[in-house]
Design a protein around this ligand. Sequence first.
Ligand code: TYM
Length: 331
Amino acid sequence: METIVSGVRSTGKLHLGNYYGAVSNFVKMQKEHNCFFFIADYHSLTTHPTPDNLHGNIKQVLVEYLAAGLDPEKATLYIQSDVPEIAELYLYMNMNAYVGELERSASFKDKIRANADNVNAGLLTYPVLMAADILIHHATKVPVGKDQEQHLEMARTFGNRFNHLYKTDYFKEPYAFNYAKELVKIPGLDGKGKMGKSEGENNAVYLADSPEIIRKKVMKAVTDAGPTQDNQEKPQEIQNLFDIMKVVSTPDTLAHFEEIYNKCEIRYGDFKKQLAEDIIIATQPIREKIEYISGDSKLLRQVAKHGAIKARESASKTIKEVREIIGFRTF
Ligand code: TYM
């Protein structure tokens, strides 16, 4: 049995990218492994620092974890800030991370573009905190989307540097994981990059969106004038919709639209209608549960409390051992 760790930031509702890139894998992995899935509220402070940002969003992610099928009896589900040992390990791991490599990370460069008026040190050391999240439980597999691949590489680097410095093999190497063999990047509906919470209201389809909203968003998705006999290479915005279809629709549906695209017979209206209906069907069981779980504060409190106890048990053992390796209190 392997140890698995992953998390989602508490910055809003979960979208299809979070689900297919990460959470759908969590649900499968909990049956086979020793899993720790958490709500990354420390991380969310880098961009969403106020109590107003935190309160609703932490609850939202927990509700959606449960609605997606995470089971607190199978996996340890917890809120990152309930486990202060993570912050302590983050401090130690900061000594194994070089400013230059943090500045060069692709996600830091993206983040400073998006948050130009608040380039805080938390953004710079975001990958160090992420390494602490993973190393605190000695995880070997980390189910995440493609955008997190570099962070996993950095987690291995920091862990290995610690091992080298203290002449130990204490930390294991964690690797990014997806059952689909390759890490996925679910594109948004705006015809550009990935689906994201901060890329505009209509770019992302949320698990909690109603069927009407899903239809509206998908029908508004950017398309082009249609394929022609001499140009059958799909432009980015069309490829994006096919990529979403690949995860929500049946292989037959996908093959059918590929075929009529190649014959230049595709009608984007029909294509988008089918895509919207398939998204509605794929998200329906989760959507239905979100509503009733969010009214059950007692359950949510119990899950968070139980998860915090289990996560702290594992984390405090690591911190005790790390303190010994580093050499605190030798008298
Ligand atoms: P966050 O909240 O940005 O994303 C949560 C998970 O969703 C994945 N994801 C996507 N996957 C495919 N296509 C997309 N369009 C898409 N958008 C988001 C992300 O890859 C991620 O797996 N840094 C993490 C949170 C974190 C973490 C950790 C993860 C903090 N500590 C330790 C694993 C292990 C993040 O990006 O969250």
